[in-house]
Ligand binder design. Structure first.
Ligand SMILES: Cc1cc2nc3c(=O)[nH]c(=O)nc-3n(C[C@H](O)[C@H](O)[C@H](O)COP(=O)(O)O)c2cc1C
Length: 361
């Protein structure tokens, strides 16, 4: 046996990938790689817009790292039946409990914008939430959509405009409306400010007339009563707000802190999730986003009571770096990782996933 070097330093992680340059979609092996690819392929302004968080990026970073503090409980040699990852949400069957989050200004991120996201997600059998600040009309999106489309609404100053937009979402086959409540103050995003991000002149936003504006619970209740579609409230992290959302007729809740892009030092969503789940007590579906990058993260969110998860930044980076093909690849990687996590914890259906999947210390 040859003499081994006298290593007293950390042995766990070997930086085999130190010289691995992700400059092509082929080289992407996981969702983090899309950040490297996006840095390589996107213009600096759009990359900074997509990739930065608020303040010191504490919440932005902890959203993901909080998942590392949760341990999974491996189970071996289970008599597992064939794996079934499907779920049903608001009457639609989804192939996986994973959706694409709304993110704004997609034609500034890639020339094909929302059409590329929806095509790419459709190929990966994934539903998409389209941002209020979409750069493509719902008519055009609906023509190419093969999976359910939900519409995300920012409340702007004019309530009649919001109603008009809701009618358009209904007329164009959207399956749900998702009202984002954590976006009504401008974000402090220093990195984006330093590099500068501007919407290109030829990119328009058909459902944007101003900045997101504050609104009363009563105003939201009126909109919920106005539409025939189920309405989810996005941006809730406390049990109290979840209760209010239910009281005004919300059909679902998305536990979200806007991916750490709004209020820095807000709790990571996976830390906030159990309180919301407890308060909601299965009355309506609870979804979660923020920092989900691995299949094991998806499994942990479900184990802690989420019905499904959504992803923003990694999909935006996949779009920006490789268009529809990138979006498909990002989602398929996550789906595959999720399947492996289910198998290795002895789960065969999403409904079977519960807190026993988490290793209790
Ligand atoms: C570039 C970008 C733009 C976003 N624009 C919107 C938006 O228009 N409406 C909205 O409700 N959320 C928006 N979000 C927040 C996402 O919907 C989602 O809450 C967040 O990205 C989830 O965290 P993650 O990026 O860690 O997956 C945006 C996120 C990003 C990265």
């Amino acid at each position: 046996m040859q003499n081994l070097p006298n290593t007293t330093h950390k042995l766990e992680s070997v930086d085999i990938d130190k010289d691995y340059v992700v400059d092509d979609l082929e080289k992407v092996t996981n969702l983090f790689d899309f950040q490297a690819l996006a840095r390589h392929k996107m213009d600096s302004g759009a990359f900074a817009y997509v990739s930065s968080g608020a303040g010191d990026e504490t919440t932005f970073n902890r959203n993901h790292s909080a998942y590392d503090d949760i341990l999974l409980n491996p189970r071996v040699l289970n008599e597992a039946n064939a794996l079934n990852t499907t779920i049903t949400l608001f009457g639609d069957e989804l192939a996986y409990p994973i959706l694409v989050d709304p993110f704004a200004f997609q034609r500034a991120i890639h020339p094909d914008g929302e059409l590329a996201t929806v095509r790419g997600a459709g190929k990966a059998k994934t539903a998409c939430v389209i941002s209020s600040f979409t750069t493509t009309s719902l008519e055009d999106i609906q023509q190419i959509a093969t999976t359910p489309i939900w519409f995300q609404l920012y409340l702007q100053d004019d309530i009649d405009f919001a109603k008009k937009v809701i009618k358009q979402a209904e007329a164009n086959g959207c399956k749900a409306i998702c009202i984002t409540l954590d976006g009504n103050a401008a974000a402090i995003r220093n990195k984006e400010d330093k590099v500068g991000f501007k919407l290109p002149k030829d990119v328009s936003t058909p459902y944007k007339i101003g900045r997101p504006a504050p609104m009363s619970w009563q105003g939201i209740e009126d909109l919920i009563a106005y539409t025939t579609l189920p309405v989810l409230i996005k941006g809730v992290v406390s049990g109290e707000d979840a209760e209010r959302a239910i009281a005004i007729g919300a059909a679902g809740i998305i536990v979200s802190n806007h991916g750490g892009r709004k209020l820095d030092t807000a709790p990571p969503t996976i830390v906030a999730l159990p309180r919301v789940v407890k308060q909601v007590n299965k009355r309506i579906p609870v979804l979660i986003d923020g920092g989900i990058r691995r299949g094991t993260d998806v499994l942990k969110a479900l184990a802690l009571g989420a019905d499904a998860v959504l992803l923003g930044k990694p999909i935006a980076q996949a779009l920006g770096s490789a268009g529809a093909e990138g979006v498909t690849k990002a989602l398929e990687i996550l789906q595959h990782e999720f399947e492996m996590a289910m198998i290795l914890t002895g789960q065969d259906t999403v409904a079977s996933v519960d807190s026993s999947v988490i290793f209790e210390k």
